[in-house]
Write a protein that binds this ligand. Structure first.
Ligand SMILES: Cc1ncc(COP(=O)(O)O)c(C=O)c1O
Length: 304
């Protein structure tokens, strides 16, 4: 018996309607776009963002960047294992080098990723050409194909366009949680006239509008599609959570029987319930929420 190809994705990803009285009472339909079911290891937007980059790398090692709990680092490491490509992960926080690896970094290492820890100030400057060259030299990865933090570059944004295309004719509003904004940038470009994309940033800062526009300029030559951001649902910033958010996510899991990733997906769903309550969507609106990830391992890092 031949074993299944480890890289066959489930595309288009399933689209499921869920009955939820917090939407139905306002005449709204809620659909879940289950990108978390695309692949066992390259979950959610990771498949859509990484595969075009792996093609562009043409067999060169992949080097990329992330924090101690980065979903993107784990996905890159898994892709390296599946495709037998060497991977190097540049991790924010020099101090982590002397500690036991947390479960997320341990997973990366088990998948064969070589981890290289850098101090936070160098990490912040990693997009400056000289700093990047020095990091790659120190990591022994001068020949590598570099994928930026969060995996968002022109190729990734083009890969995410298919997410929007899969949702044509199915929803009026497509909502997604945003880190770097690459997924939203591509998604919005793939939608058709009359549909709009709504991004819920999980970081504080108000810089994302500009970043997403820049990503669209790189991928498509200009601002594309109808999209906007609602910056109110970050719960204190990246990787921050609150007991209220955990309670909300647990309740959503109990109602609908799917695992709710806390750092992105829970914030998105919470935001949508709040917006429905505020009357932000006219009666008859169909909203598709993109489930971009899955909890790791089963639980979550403790809130900070
Ligand atoms: C689970 C999950 N959802 C959403 C996102 C946000 O994607 P983007 O950085 O393209 O905005 C990420 C980013 O890595 C993620 O891991």
């Amino acid at each position: 018996m031949t074993s299944p190809d480890p890289l066959v994705p489930r595309l288009p990803s399933p689209l499921q309607e869920v009955g939820d009285d917090r939407f139905e009472r306002y005449g709204l339909r809620l659909l879940l776009k289950r990108d978390d079911l695309i692949h066992t290891h390259l979950i959610g937007n990771k498949w859509r963002k990484l595969v075009p980059n792996i093609e562009a790398a043409k067999g060169r090692p992949l080097a990329t960047f992330g924090g101690a709990y980065s979903n993107h680092l784990r996905a890159t490491a898994a892709a390296g294992r599946l495709l037998r490509l060497p991977t190097v992960g540049v991790v924010r926080g020099e101090e982590l080098a002397d500690r036991p690896l947390n479960p997320s970094l341990a997973r990366c290492a088990a998948d064969g990723m070589r981890l290289h820890f850098v101090d936070r100030s160098t990490y912040r400057r990693k997009t400056e050409p000289e700093t990047l060259a020095a990091i790659l030299r120190a990591a022994g990865a001068e020949e590598a194909y570099v994928v930026p933090e969060g995996g968002s570059n022109g190729a990734a944004v083009q890969g995410c366009r298919a997410l929007g295309e899969e949702l044509r004719g199915h929803a009026d509003v497509v909502a997604v949680a945003c880190g770097t904004g690459g997924t939203l940038a591509g998604l919005a470009a793939g939608l058709t006239a009359g549909q709009r994309a709504l991004g819920v940033p999980v970081l504080r800062g108000g810089f994302l509008e500009r970043d997403i526009q820049a990503l669209q300029e790189r991928a498509f030559g200009g601002r594309t599609g109808s999209w906007s951001l609602d910056e109110r649902f970050h719960f204190g910033g990246y990787a921050r959570t609150t007991p209220e958010l955990h309670g909300f996510a647990q309740d959503f899991e109990d109602r609908h029987g799917l695992p709710v990733e806390r750092l992105y997906v829970a914030k998105l769903l919470y935001g949508l319930v709040a917006l429905a309550d505020e009357g932000a969507f006219p009666r008859g609106t169909t909203i598709a929420a993109v489930v971009t990830g899955r909890p790791f391992p089963q639980g979550q890092p403790a809130s900070r």
